[in-house]
Design a protein around this ligand. Structure first.
Ligand code: G6P
Length: 369
């Protein structure tokens, strides 16, 4: 009903706008008030096991799989453990190699996805230590794991996942930082800087949400499109995948997410005057490279929608449309850059008259194979 939507026309929009509060709730009791320290209790409780891990394998489906990919980058960066990311459905059916000392992280909003649950059972039978990252308290996956952390973002009703994704990324960030601290693989200075930046993310998310009207206007231009390409590099590569998935799910426009540098190995052939290309081009350490990727698209007359850092002037001169976002450090950028892509997908779907909360053929949680 209207009441449950808190004045928003759809659950999806409500859940997008809840993100600053959700991320605040997700960090509550885990990051101190001063924003100088972090501890995820499950990591501390099981640190012996985790510090002796041979490798990490993260299993998930859909949007949770995109969070998993960001988790890999975070754990590798801060903890220097090898990390693999697997689609739960592929992992469970191929007699995966699991050795004692392997830690499997299962990510699931609902905690009920059949493939992810089966992957957990498979890995558990083979002797892995299982860590769950879920939203639905008391659901099947948390019950099947050895330990884990809830994301605490509240019930997610919209079929297209939004706040659960940013909640998962936040927990993965806290997990990587807590573990890195225990492992001494992060310096004090860097630890404090990242924790402090993380504590400022909810405020920055509010700034991003102020772009809602301009993103709604922009969306009207692109309802003609039958295809979209999304590009990003580094921590923003999984964001490109997630942006494309959101558009597919609710607007039924075909969209492909790609690592920006891979574009020249195929997708560049698709670029013409009709092709919108969304480029996550915020100011991080691969900024110069992303500028040349944008130039390659413009040289072929593609339409570039760029997500840029506030105050950017270079990309503003070459992209067709820019969405300016608050600056943060590269490893936290997904928490900022995902939001405008959620809004873009939402508004394009609305312009096309689609039912964003109940997209055709999709289920909130896939509990059967
Ligand atoms: C379904 C939903 C997606 C979700 C995926 C995994 O496909 O439509 O939004 O990302 O399942 O769900 P989970 O609950 O395991 O995160």
């Amino acid at each position: 009903g209207q009441l449950e939507k808190g004045g928003y026309p759809h659950f999806m929009l409500k859940e997008i706008f809840e993100q600053p509060d959700c991320i605040h709730d997700c960090m509550r009791g885990r990051i101190n008030i001063e924003g100088t320290d972090i501890a995820l209790s499950a990591i501390i409780d099981h640190k012996e096991k985790l510090l002796h891990a041979k490798r990490f394998i993260i299993v998930a489906c859909g949007t949770s799989w995109h969070a998993a990919l960001i988790g890999k980058y975070l754990i590798e960066k801060f903890c220097r453990f090898p990390v693999e990311v697997e689609y739960a459905s592929e992992f469970r059916y191929r007699n995966p190699v699991i050795n004692p000392g392997d830690v499997v992280i299962a990510i699931s909003q609902s905690g009920e996805t059949a493939d992810t649950l089966a992957a957990v059972e498979e890995a558990k039978n083979k002797g892995a230590f299982i860590y769950g990252i879920c939203n639905a308290v008391g659901s099947s996956i948390p019950r099947a794991t050895h330990t884990g952390s809830y994301i605490h973002v509240g019930p997610e009703i919209g079929v297209a996942s939004t706040k659960a994704f940013t909640g998962q990324v936040t927990v993965l960030t806290m997990l990587a930082l807590t573990l890195a601290r225990e492992k001494n693989s992060i310096g004090n200075e860097e630890f404090r800087q990242v924790v402090h930046e993380l504590s400022t993310i909810p405020e920055k998310m509010k700034k991003v949400l102020e772009k809602n009207d301009s993103i709604a206007n922009l969306s009207q231009i692109f309802t003609y499109a039958h295809n979209f390409i999304y590009l990003g590099r580094g921590f923003n590569y999984p964001v490109a995948l997630e942006g494309a998935l959101k558009l597919k799910e609710i607007s039924y426009i075909h969209a492909e997410g790609y690592p920006a540098a891979e574009m020249k190995h195929g997708p560049i052939a698709l670029i013409d005057t009709e092709m919108p290309v969304v480029v996550v081009a915020t100011h991080n350490n691969q900024y110069e490279k992303i500028i040349s990727n944008i130039q390659e698209i413009k040289a072929r007359k593609g339409k570039v929608i760029a997500l840029v850092t506030e105050g950017d002037t270079t990309i503003k001169n070459i992209a067709d449309f820019c969405i300016e976002l608050p600056k943060t450090i590269p490893c936290l950028d997904p928490l900022i850059t995902t939001i405008p892509l959620q809004l873009l997908a939402y508004h394009i779907a609305i312009c096309k008259g689609k039912d964003v909360d109940q997209p055709r053929n999709l289920a909130k949680s896939v509990t059967v194979e």
